[in-house]
Design a protein. Sequence first.
Length: 89
Amino acid sequence: MKPMIEFCASNMHHGTDEIMNRLEQDDSYEVIEYGCLGNCGECYLKPYALVDGTIVAVDDVDELYDAIMKAIDQQQADRDALDKLLDDL
């Protein structure tokens, strides 16, 4: 299952469109752009994206790609740990 990364079109004024375009080039991710993700306060203040439904927000757009990758890795590690726990039961 591919990680889903969602972007808000209203957040593009922070430069998130460059991150979205970069991620779209990689078939490992499901990248979706919406007109609005309903996080208007976050959207106005800083660059952000949703990674499998979790907000990933940073102070500078240059940090967003790395923060998204870190969130994907952490979510995968959490799933792996849960799988191991369930297997051990």
